[in-house]
Design a protein. Sequence first.
Length: 302
Amino acid sequence: MREYRTAVFDNRRWQGFKPRPDDIFVCTPAKCGTTWTQAIIASLLYPNGDAPASVNTLSPWIEAKFIPADEMHEALEAQTQRRFMKSHTAADGIPWFDDAKYIVVGRDGRDVFMSMCNHLQRMKRIAEMNERALADGVPPMPEFDGDFHAFFPTWLSQDDILFHIIETYWQRREQPNVLLVHFQDLKSDLEGEMRRIAEFLDIEFDAALWPAVVERCTFDGMRGRAEEIGEFDRMFEGGIEGFLFKGTNGRWRDVLTDEEVAAYERRVSEMLPEAAARWLEGGRHALPAQPLGVEQVGSGDH
């Protein structure tokens, strides 16, 4: 595996991971709907709403350096139910198992930028993490001081935070154990996308439970059950309301200049194939329809 290390994560923490045949991996660039997708999977796996722990406890971020790796692996080994974990690492930096499922989540990069600005502005302990990063010889986390225009070139120049990650998973999109999910599709048709995910994961349950399963995964539903999602106060100002800030798209339209949008579009064209760029911007419905009987490229339907 290619090595990826930052102030926050280190993919060498996969060493010691013991896979199981039905493992689920949520693989996303940051701020693309990771926690949302994890909450969806938790609701599907526990349709009665009786998950044994919070989403973030059940579904750890494998690479994150917040807890010792041995402790994280021991906690995963102790789980007796079907496991689901998250990763913010590119596809060439994680192990691949034919009998596992990989859900890849994308989002328009300009919306990712806006969400990342809020994330960095509210995140605690950045100075502490950057001090350790410098001691470890890895780049520090960028800091956001409220100036979108000053921060945008810095964000756009970071290959590994979005475009490279998407490109590596796009290459694997036709594998039968890979499903592409998009933030915009979740917003426009949450129920339909949850059905796609349930089918992909081979999850079946009583149809009478379905309305509650979906309701738990609406934005308001997640914010209203913070204790079931995870502990956010330690790392983010405002707790879950600071972390799940708005859940909207298009805020960049009132912020980015025409020149910045043009720079973004140039960067996308440099980093992604045309179809991948279309998908990243608008989801699976932004891709052209294929002739009847031909699978739509990148749809994630299998």
